[in-house]
Write a protein that binds this ligand. Structure first.
Ligand SMILES: [Zn+2]
Length: 314
């Protein structure tokens, strides 16, 4: 497979979204999961407070590129504060449903201990404070050597301004998400076709390590319909230098899915889409060597394995 897509240089390294770990969710077993070598039970860790509140932390593994769902499974207190990685989140007993938080461990997250602090408040009083220690383990991603035309590795000078503009645009898109959960039910694969579970693959172009592959590739013929993995709002539908014609959907609570190298965009920014709705046609636009879909998922800026959405349940 000589796929070259989404060669991503450090995007806008100055941008700090303030959420090194971000959050979200899903369920739907498919045979592709086994290809991913990530198959296995979804871990559930229950935390019970003296107040009677119960939290459930759900994840596949505590590893780079994985999401965590923190469910307030039994709300008793009026408010729950969740503090992790320098970010804070608040859930209200009488607030929105469902009551969960989605955290993403970026693909480049380093192993180590991560502390999750929970605070339970009622009547303006802190009733209880708990700390949960999460041990993030390392993960070896496969390396792939590719020999390609140098133009793919070093963008032409005249493209630099465009690339910078687009990287700023993407940082902006991923910094704001709906505070409501816009997804409904299970997540689905965006198309049939041979799926390469190449999330996290280290790419070595012309003997120089250049990038990490932050999505999965699905081989599909040009013109093949590409569907929304779940409901949400289209927050980008544009032609970008690296990823070509691209659609990004905001599913709420920081969760975004993107569909790249399309030959045709069939939705517009601002449009609400439903699970399975065709958002574009497959192609090979941008830096791509053949028709395929590059499917990627983020929790805010954290890049996570899209297949995790299909395996985890809400
Ligand atoms: Zn790809």
């Amino acid at each position: 497979m000589n796929k070259l897509d989404f060669i991503k240089p450090d995007r806008n390294p100055g941008h700090k979204p303030g959420l090194p770990f971000n959050v979200l969710v899903f369920l739907l077993a498919t045979s592709f999961i086994f290809l991913a070598g990530q198959a296995g039970a979804v871990e559930r860790r229950t935390v019970e407070a003296r107040t009677g509140d119960v939290f459930e932390i759900r994840y596949r593994q505590l590893q780079p590129g994985e999401p965590l769902i923190i469910y307030w499974a039994r709300p008793v207190s009026e408010n729950a504060g969740i503090f992790i990685g320098g970010s804070s989140y608040w859930l209200k007993k009488d607030g929105h449903e469902p009551k969960f938080l989605l955290l993403g461990l970026d693909v480049m997250t380093r192993p180590g201990e991560l502390t999750l602090e929970l605070e339970l408040w009622s009547g303006g009083q802190l009733e209880e404070k708990l700390a949960v220690s999460l041990e993030i383990t390392g993960r070896e991603f496969p390396r792939k050597k590719l020999t390609v035309d140098q133009k793919y590795v070093t963008p032409p000078r005249e493209m630099l301004a465009r690339i910078k503009r687009e990287s700023e645009l993407l940082a902006m898109v991923y910094s704001t998400s709906s505070q409501d959960w816009l997804a409904e039910g299970p997540f689905v694969l965006p198309c049939e076709g041979n799926l390469y579970p190449n999330f996290g693959q280290q790419r070595v172009y012309n003997n120089v390590p250049r990038s990490v592959h932050t999505g999965v590739d699905i081989a599909v013929p040009a013109g093949h319909p590409i569907k929304a993995t779940n409901s949400g709002r289209v927050v980008l539908a544009s032609d970008l230098y690296y990823s070509g014609k691209t659609v990004i959907i905001d599913h709420g609570l920081g969760l975004f899915s993107s569909y790249s190298h399309l030959s045709k965009l069939l939705v517009r920014r601002g449009e609400m889409v439903k699970t399975g709705q065709v958002v574009g046609l497959a192609g090979s636009t941008g830096l791509s060597t053949g028709p395929h879909l590059h499917w990627a998922v983020r929790v805010y800026e954290a890049r996570i394995d899209p297949l995790s959405l299909i395996e985890l349940g809400f």
